[in-house]
Design a protein around this ligand. Sequence first.
Ligand code: SER
Length: 394
Amino acid sequence: MITTDQTIHTFVEFFRERGHELVPSESLVSPPGDPVLFTTSGMHPLTPYLRGRPHPLGRRLTNRQRCLRTTDLDEVGDDTHLTVFEMLGSWSLGDYDGPQSLRWGYQLLRDGFGIDPGRMHVTVFAGDDYVGPDHESWQTWDELGLPVEPTTDENWWNGPTGLCGPDSEIFVWTGPGIPQGTPTTDDRWVEVWNHVMMRYVRHSDGTLEPLDRPSVDTGMGLERLVRILRNVQSVYEIDLFEPWRTTLPRLWGSLNEPSLRLLSDHLRSTIVVLGDRITPSNTGRGYVPRRLLRRALTTLWRDDPTRTLSDLPIDLIEDTLGHFRQSRHPQEVRSDLLDEEHKFALLLRRGRQVLSHKRFTGPLSDDDYRYLHDTHGLPRDLVVYLSTENAGRS
Ligand code: SER
């Protein structure tokens, strides 16, 4: 069965054989001045080049890039979402056109990864009041014989301003038996690869300016792809998570599936964030590892408050940093983890003491939350958690 590393290798080599240069992975820290705190997709560090600046490695690029998305935090634990994940990407910076990218995409999925075209479905941009339907992509997929679903909102990349254009997504059927429905009507169609025809810049007044040099930007979620190739139910069952799934129950006794998933995702993500030398703090970028770790510890201590991260074998930290080729020493990361654990334990102790005061026995007002935060440093979500704990005891 194909491994995660073999999947990366197959992808990168496919594009290298077609003249693409491998761009080194960047850190999770987005460049200075970037409105977003973390690298959220493989194309993110390439934004200036997609806007027209010549790239030192040329016009055909490929990479694997670690990414972090906290928008999906509540979805973490389902079958497909992770906080830190990797994207495989390919780019034509004003070189070949969209149909070429789609044909290569199809070829790699079918011949390189052995996915049966009978399990593939694609979507294309249907057109809106400003931009017409993406006929080129539509026709390419028709020629390749894949079923096409046109949509408007789902096939326009991306936000309110900046680079944008119509995109075409490739989905793979993950349900049993013969595929049913379409990507928008049956969520057993899982999106694996997005090909964006980067043709415009959207200005803040909403107007679209065509790029002098349109590009193609593609991104594929690595863990989702491996899940499909290994034919397992969730991303947590791929080889990358095997050490977590075997080690955590050994350390901390039986953990139910949602707890095991949350702990694996959050601990692993925190290690990667710390590996990129982000220091936990109460605001900005540093709040993310703090929040992830506190969510993990809350889950860990719910059944047994004596559990501790000092049990975590150093190999697990080392393997995680090694996978992402991060140079920080595993012992340093471990010591950050323990430091944060200690701070959180102190905060919980203080929180329990403060909340045991009779002023806080009933429902809390916004003023109470403000006071608890400003005077005692207790964040709202922690107070909510401790209040639930109290309610559970009484
Ligand atoms: N820009 C697209 C995405 O983020 C493909 O890289 O999904």
